[in-house]
Write a protein that binds this ligand. Structure first.
Ligand SMILES: NC(=O)c1ccc[n+]([C@@H]2O[C@H](COP(=O)([O-])OP(=O)(O)OC[C@H]3O[C@@H](n4cnc5c(N)ncnc54)[C@H](OP(=O)(O)O)[C@@H]3O)[C@@H](O)[C@H]2O)c1
Length: 236
């Protein structure tokens, strides 16, 4: 069902970067958007950047109790978008630390699946779930061991969920590098160089990626799919 003013869209991680852009793009269609993330301050800041018909509440996805309380507060809704992610972890196999890997997978994969589980009682049977991976799942790369592996796992999980939860649709957006606060500790030259290594000559802005999420919410016949939004980086 196309997004409209009667659609309710929950964006977990919707207070920054990709998630905030998704919340803004969904709200621009008239949909009622509810954003959630860990820090109350982030929720407040995001609501300042969203129309008045948006709402939000803190939720720490690393706690099932927090997720359950968040969904209880939201009530019935149509679409779940999950973009929560914490600090990046880059490194070679020589630097591999199982504890760091477990942490890196936690918010991006394990808690995403917990969010889906806890959303199900209140998610519309004709709604959708959209998870987040990354283009590194397709091209890998030295230093991208954890990023590529977790992205691959999210994509595979979404295919199984699509089969299990149909007619609820389950899809994934896999962005290339996107200019968001996630990169705030990285020198701008890194993003410029990364942009130069795409067919389109630049990294993505959050709005570029948000359009893909909204398209997946808005239509009715795509499930178990991955939308790659990477400016062609996998072809270079
Ligand atoms: N940016 C890129 O280049 C890129 C590329 C490919 C994939 N991705 C993936 O896309 C996702 C979003 O990235 P982004 O660039 O939009 O990052 P971002 O701007 O740092 O936003 C991350 C969001 O996740 C929330 N979050 C983190 N830990 C949380 C927790 N425990 N509970 C609830 N919310 C939590 C943050 O909320 P608080 O502010 O409240 O902590 C924030 O709203 C990440 O998984 C990232 O790996 C990003």
């Amino acid at each position: 069902m196309p997004l409209s003013s009667s659609s309710r869209v929950v964006v977990i991680g919707g207070t920054s970067g990709i998630g905030l852009a998704v919340a803004q793009a969904a709200a621009a269609t008239g949909a009622q958007v509810i954003v959630g993330s860990r820090a109350e301050e982030s929720v407040k800041r995001a609501l300042g950047a969203l129309p008045a018909h948006a709402s939000g509440a803190p939720v720490d996805v690393t706690s099932s109790a927090s997720l359950a309380a968040f969904f209880a507060g939201v009530g019935a809704f149509d679409h779940l978008v999950y973009t929560a992610g914490d600090a990046l972890a880059r490194g070679l196999i020589a630097d591999y630390d199982p504890a760091v890997a477990r942490d890196f997978f936690d918010v991006r994969l394990f808690r995403a699946l917990d969010a889906v589980r806890l959303a199900l009682p209140t998610l519309s049977g004709t709604g959708s779930v959209t998870l987040t991976a990354g283009a590194a799942a397709f091209h890998g790369g030295a230093g991208r061991l954890l990023g590529s592996t977790v992205g691959g796992a999210v994509i595979t999980a979404a295919r199984s969920l699509a089969a299990e939860l149909a007619p609820v649709r389950v899809n994934v957006v896999a962005p290339g590098i996107v200019r968001t606060p996630l990169w705030s500790d990285t020198p701008p030259e890194f993003l410029d160089r990364a942009g130069g290594a795409t067919l389109l000559g630049r990294v993505a802005e959050p709005d570029d990626v948000a359009k893909a999420y909204v398209a997946l919410l808005d239509q009715d016949y795509i499930t178990g799919n991955v939308t790659l939004v990477d400016g062609g980086s996998v072809l270079v």
